[in-house]
Design a protein around this ligand. Structure first.
Ligand code: AMP
Ligand code: MG
Length: 420
């Protein structure tokens, strides 16, 4: 039986992204597991972390110096009577219960500011003579003191469900005494490389064969996005074997195919998926590299009838196209499957070092090197042989984004960069 090919659904970059965002918003994350605090780093939080007490739990001095009543320093220099010393962690019974007018307490960074005091003057502006301290600088009420509960009140949500746990989030969880956190399970994601010319990396390639590199770049990107890659055997450009492997891939949470989505006679991925009654959201995006990218949903034969199926991506086989289209389209779906709250793509901006000329009509993501610090940062695209050139891309640390309506970007122009 000859099934007509899937209709061509080539979208603008913005429309393709909109489709991705809409689908990602509908995804409900899977199972939850407990992880020890350090193992939770990089994972996605599946609960909320709340403050178990006020933060800080007492008015905290942010300086070494003297706790004072700011009103006593209306005129400087002023001399105050030193009635004691408070170090960080001082027991409450050792802290002067109240500071009266004309009095000061020597205090260390992180120590509780006693009642009556409303500011801390830095030690640099003082000199102590016996029981007296001379202060050269006046200061406003509240200076160098963080009031109790100013960072968070007891019970406040500090980290939301769906947030990826970075260093600061782990520190925050530690600060409220959480040794274990509930996180989402890492979803398994199948990687299926296609192509008669592709061989495993432990096989000596024939003169016209190509080693499989895409499965490895994808595995790295999948791990970084918070999922577990499952590398399937390489599929030949032959419909039956391809279909069997697609079926296997659809048993995981997401199937990422590479290769076989261009217009060639042996590009069978779309055809086989459409034979399987797949639903296609798009079959191309007006970008370069990566124009033939395919996104859809398909029911593996073994899934329940009412199941909406599993998402799949058919990424173009050219290695740079594979990497770029994963970042732009597959990552958000995968992050949603991994429990992450949706987020927009993040771009940074820098000045272009040398002009770029391109043909207009496609939004381009060209491998580039961002260098220089602060106001000296600049970006230059890496000379490359097109979207098969992994060597050039491995030297790059970002992609310069060229809008679809531009054919000439001048040196010195501010351009958007997608970091990698
Ligand atoms: P395709 O998208 O199948 O037309 O492949 C486009 C180009 O990417 C061809 O030159 C392929 O040899 C190359 N290619 C496809 N898959 C891989 C892979 N897994 N690793 C490295 N190169 C690949
Ligand atoms: Mg191919």
């Amino acid at each position: 039986m000859v099934v007509p090919p899937a209709p061509s659904l080539v979208l603008s970059f913005a429309d393709a992204r909109r489709v991705i965002e809409e689908q990602a918003a509908q995804i409900r994350a899977g199972e939850i597991e407990s992880a020890s605090l350090l193992d939770a780093a990089g994972r996605v939080l599946a609960e909320t972390v709340v403050a178990d007490r006020d933060l800080p739990p007492f008015p905290r001095s942010t300086r070494d110096g003297y706790a004072v009543r700011s009103a006593d320093l209306a005129r400087v220099p002023a001399r105050l009577e030193v009635i004691g010393e408070i170090k960080a962690g001082e027991q409450p019974n050792k802290i002067p219960s109240h500071l009266a007018a004309g009095q000061a307490v020597s205090i260390m960074t992180g120590a509780p500011v006693p009642a009556g005091a409303d500011a801390v003057v830095m030690v640099e502006f003082t000199s102590q003579h016996g029981k007296q301290v001379e202060i050269a600088k006046s200061l406003a009420a509240g200076e160098n003191v963080v009031p109790r509960g100013a960072e968070a009140r007891e019970g406040k949500v500090l980290i939301d469900r769906g947030q990826r746990l970075n260093d600061a989030a782990i520190a925050l969880a530690a600060s409220v005494g959480r040794s274990h956190l509930q996180v989402y399970r890492r979803p398994p994601v199948a990687v299926l490389t296609t192509g008669d010319e592709i061989v495993d990396i432990n096989v000596a390639p024939g003169p016209t064969q190509i080693r499989n590199s895409n499965s490895y770049s994808l595995a790295v990107q999948i791990r970084q996005a918070g999922a577990d890659p499952v590398l399937l055997p390489i599929a030949p450009d032959e419909p039956q074997r391809l279909r069997a492997l697609i079926d296997e891939g659809l048993q995981t949470d997401l199937l990422v195919l590479t290769g076989g989505v261009s217009m060639g006679r042996y590009d069978l991925v779309e055809q086989v998926l459409s034979d399987m009654q797949a639903e296609f959201f798009f079959t191309g995006a007006k970008i370069q590299p990566g124009r033939p990218v395919v996104f859809g949903r398909c029911d593996a034969g073994t899934l329940a009838r009412e199941s909406p199926g599993k998402y799949f991506f058919g990424l173009p086989g050219n290695p740079v196209s594979t990497m770029v289209t994963f970042e732009l389209f597959a990552r958000p779906i995968l992050e949603a499957l991994a429990g992450m709250s949706p987020r927009k793509l993040v771009f940074v901006h820098a000045r272009l070092k040398s002009e770029i000329r391109v043909k207009p009509g496609l939004k381009r993501f060209l491998p580039a090197i961002l260098s220089g610090e602060f106001e000296n940062s600049e970006v230059e695209n890496v000379p490359w042989q097109g979207s098969g050139d992994i060597a050039a891309t491995a030297r790059a640390n970002c992609y310069v984004v060229i809008p679809e309506d531009r054919d000439h970007i001048l040196a010195g122009e501010l351009v958007a960069l997608l970091m990698r």
